[in-house]
Each structure stands twice: as C-alpha cells, then as structure tokens.
Design a protein around this ligand. Structure first.
Ligand SMILES: C[S@@+](CC[C@H](N)C(=O)[O-])C[C@H]1O[C@@H](n2cnc3c(N)ncnc32)[C@H](O)[C@@H]1O
Length: 260
C-alpha cells in the first residue's frame, strides 16, 4: 500500500438464519453492528438491519423469484468496490451462506480481488424449517441420514446434477430447497425411481416467520395439497419417515423471553 492510499476493507458473509431475528448468531449480530455497508436480500431477517449504526449504507440486492433480480456479478462487484474503498462490508444472507446459496462464489470473487473475506455461518432453513414444523431430520431407530438438494430444476432436467435414483433409494430424509415450481415433477420422479408413494412428506413455507405455513401429506399427495394451499416461495419440502413422527404439541415460547 502506498503512503496515503486507503487501506482495503474486508467482506464478511453473514448467515442470518431463516427469518426469525432470534436465530441470528451472536457473531452475525456483532458484524452487522460494526459494518459500514450491508448488502442484504429478501431471505435475511430484515428487522436485524435496525441493529446497524446510523450512517451504515444498506443496499438491497434481492433476487425475488419472478420479481426484482440482482445479478450475481453485480453483487460481487458491489462487495469488491466497497471493500476497496476501505469499508467493512457485510453480505447479509438468509440461512447459511454455504448451503445452496452463492456465498462461495462471493468468497471466490473477493479472494481473487485481494479482499480479505470471512464467513459467519448461519442456521440453515434446510434444518431449521423442518425442525420448526416439528419434524426432526433424523430419529434414532427410524432414519440415520438426510440429504439437502436443490429443486430449482426437476429430476428429468439435463442440468440437474442430483443423483435422484440414489436419493429415492437412500432410506433417509430428503430436504428440497428451491423446489416449489417443480414439486410435482420431483415427487413423481422420486416415486418413479422407487420411493414408496406413501412416504410421508411436508412443505414448510416462510419457516421461522409469523406467517409460517405447513402442509402435510405423502410424496404422492403433497403437490396437489400444496397447490390447493397456495404455497409460494420461500418454501422447502421434507420427505421421509420422520415426517410421520408425531412429536406431540410444542411448549409455547416463554412470553418473558419472546419478543413481539
Ligand atoms: C437460494 S436457497 C438459500 C438457502 C439458504 N442458504 C439456507 O441455508 O437456508 C433459497 C431457498 O431456501 C429455502 N428457504 C429459505 N428461507 C426459508 C424459509 N424461511 N422458509 C422456508 N424455506 C426457506 C427455500 O427453499 C428457498 O427457495
């Protein structure tokens, strides 16, 4: 660095969890409070933006399905430009940055530009979503494994790299993110590949928000039930014996510790 040049700032990828501000990590909250610039999208717990300091630059880089889409190259360029100008930049994302998001691409772009970068993991919707609907991903004596897959294209699409044949026979829990549009193709594809049509299945929409919606059925009936219920993204699907477990009613949150 030459004398008088602005020192390079840094970028922190912060996983915000699936929607409830209480699910943001302590480290993630600290990073938000110390940021000069925050790039956020619609899946992050947006009320946490109120934790930023006055004067923090807040930039919406949302990628709404069928709505406003910020190109990934544009997000990368913004991260780099603000860090090169010396800012402490937070990329605030929903869930975990390295689970079916594009956090690793952002990491690579910053690293190639010589920007110091770190990641603060978040609670992934893939795990928290089923959990908040009372569905564990594993259960002793019932299911010992789970897979998280992208359903942004269906099983018959040439660009799907998922081994749907293996998945149908895995005997584990299957969690599908980004699969609302292709839910019917995915369920039919799994049955065609050998998954029992009576396998319990559920959709959890807007998990960890006051609007959380859960639809339960089987892998055969779920697409129709989800359509009738008007399920829209963000939503995830969980398929497997664990969906059939009845854990009983949850204890309500403690009003003394629960925010409005
Ligand atoms: C691009 S992926 C990002 C996932 C994120 N990295 C994570 O770990 O949760 C977006 C998908 O995550 C799922 N998702 C994110 N937030 C959700 C929520 N609050 N409820 C249900 N699904 C959610 C949906 O399947 C959505 O299409």
């Amino acid at each position: 660095m030459s004398a008088g040049a602005t020192p390079v700032g840094r970028v922190i990828l912060v996983g915000g969890g699936p929607g409830d501000p209480d699910l943001l990590t302590v480290g993630g909250l600290r990073a938000l409070r110390e940021a000069n610039v925050v790039l956020y999208d619609h899946l992050a717990p947006l009320s946490c933006l109120e934790e930023t300091r006055p004067g923090t630059v807040l930039i919406d880089v949302g990628k709404l399905p069928r709505g406003h889409q910020t190109a990934q190259a544009e997000i990368n360029a913004l991260l780099i430009r603000h860090a090169l100008a010396g800012a402490e930049v937070v990329r605030f994302k929903g869930g975990d940055p390295f689970v079916l998001g594009r956090g690793s691409e952002e990491w690579l772009a910053c690293a190639e530009a010589g920007i110091p970068i770190r990641v603060i993991p978040g609670v992934s919707s893939a795990i928290a979503g089923p959990e908040l609907a009372g569905i564990p991903l594993t259960h002793r004596g019932l299911t010992q494994n789970f897979s998280v897959v992208s359903g942004h294209v269906g099983p018959e699409h040439p660009s799907s790299t998922v081994n749907w044949d293996a998945l149908a026979k895995s005997s584990g829990t299957i969690v599908i993110l980004m699969g609302v549009a292709h839910l019917a193709d995915i369920c039919a594809g799994l049955i065609r590949r050998g998954l029992d049509a009576d396998t319990p299945a559920a959709v959890v929409a807007r998990a960890a928000t006051p609007d959380q919606q859960v639809v339960r059925g089987t892998v055969a009936t779920l697409p129709g039930l989800a359509a009738v219920a008007g399920i829209e993204p963000p939503a995830l699907t969980v398929i497997g014996a664990v969906v059939g477990l009845n854990l009983g009613p949850a204890v309500p949150p403690n009003p003394a510790t629960t925010k409005d």
